[in-house]
Write a protein that binds this ligand. Structure first.
Ligand code: OSB
Ligand code: MG
Length: 371
């Protein structure tokens, strides 16, 4: 397979509900869709789900566009690939820029799926026809508003709720949600907002009393030693997200026991090929994994579901229905959770029809590159 044409589409969609994490609030998102055409006319799509500002990771929508345009697509275009795993080899000299790599890599995978007529999940090694979805809930202005959000999603049947926390919004929200919802599977995600200071450690230790499924990324991404010490001290499993961008980071996590659960994100790992490799390595070491999200539009969301069908994804993934976030999506009738269960797409390619009307209405920028 040879990719002969690439089109980048920068698309902005409003969020139906403002989402606040420890770093900031967002009311709309801009992602870059990658459309690839093979010499035989088949088309593949991937999504670069970079945040707009470099708070979660160094990548932004602007840096990802630039790196895709100047460094990833020029080496990919016109290169004969024996399979989708060859794509990442074409940009092996490029350091970092995981989100841009992930979008282009996923587009090559869906292109391969469309060409072979085999579903993406099957090509990746998926073994499940359904995956369990959890929801991720942002920081709210009041505890009552948080309780209303939890209630709404529990009513929809989601079996696991993750709460974003930050210093000042941690023990209290967890306490009230635990009190109101009994033994609901609950976990928290700090997005690295806590330091190893005694004051912060004391707060995090108090979270150990609430039977949380895990505490996700309590410390800054490179704060390996604090994470290892804290993980040894508490009963609640520590999950890493931002810390693990490459397979070697996972090896570090395992060697230091800096966490015992891994959130695998296609975007953060630099693509589906790398995400599958992380799954395989974690599984060999008996580490539970689940698939995290970046509020993906329909194309990235479909890839997340396909990945979640691999056998090591034993915990609920952040693959909620598309309409939790958007009033309109870039695909027609996208990923939907029914009582917390998502059917793994069986159609080849993305698994859903890309909606040209949404693209036309919500696109801010477009660029075509040829071999
Ligand atoms: O840490 O998991 C995270 C969204 C943006 C940045 C970081 C994170 C998240 C989420 C979104 O939690 C989960 C989803 O896509 O449903
Ligand atoms: Mg996270």
């Amino acid at each position: 397979m040879t990719v002969v044409t690439a089109v980048l589409h920068r698309v902005r969609l409003p969020l139906v509900h403002t989402f606040r994490t420890s770093s900031h609030a967002k009311s709309h998102l801009e992602h870059v869709l990658v459309e690839l055409h093979a010499s035989d006319g088949t088309v593949g799509w991937g999504e670069i789900a970079s945040p707009s500002a470099p708070y979660y990771c160094p990548d932004t929508v602007g840096t990802s566009w630039l790196v895709a345009e100047q460094h990833l697509l020029p080496t990919l275009l016109g290169t004969e690939l024996s399979g989708p795993r060859d794509a990442s080899a074409t940009w092996s000299r490029v350091r970092g820029h995981q989100f841009a790599k992930a979008g282009v890599d996923a587009a090559v995978w869906t292109l391969h799926s469309a060409r072979t007529g085999r579903p993406l999940a099957e090509l990746l090694g998926g073994t499940r026809t359904e995956v369990v979805a959890g929801v991720s809930l942002g920081i709210e202005d009041t505890l009552d508003e948080l309780l209303a959000q939890v209630q709404h999603h529990v009513d929809l049947g989601y079996p696991r709720v993750k709460l974003k926390i930050a210093p000042g919004w941690d023990v209290e929200p967890v306490r009230v949600v635990r009190e109101a919802f009994g033994d609901l599977a609950l976990h928290v995600d700090a997005n690295g907002a806590y330091s190893g200071s005694e004051e912060h450690l004391a707060v995090l230790r108090r979270l150990d009393d609430f039977g949380l499924t895990m505490i996700e990324q309590p410390f800054a991404p490179r704060n390996w030693l604090t994470s290892a010490r804290f993980a040894a001290e508490v009963d609640t499993p520590v999950c890493l997200d931002e810390s693990v961008e490459e397979l070697d980071d996972l090896r570090t996590m395992l060697a230091l026991r800096a966490g015992s659960v891994l959130n695998i994100k296609v975007s953060r790992m630099g693509g589906l090929t790398a995400a599958v490799a992380a799954h395989d390595l974690a599984r060999e070491h008996g580490v539970d994994v689940w698939c995290g999200g970046m509020h993906e539009f329909g194309i990235g969301r479909a890839a997340n579901v396909a990945l979640s069908s691999l056998p090591g994804f034993t915990l609920p993934s952040d693959v909620s229905s598309w309409d939790k976030y958007y009033a309109r999506d870039v695909v027609v009738d996208g990923v939907r959770a029914d009582r917390g269960v998502v059917a793994v797409p069986t159609r080849p390619g993305v698994g859903f029809e890309v909606d040209p009307d949404t693209l036309a209405e919500h696109r801010l920028d477009q660029l075509t590159l040829r071999a």
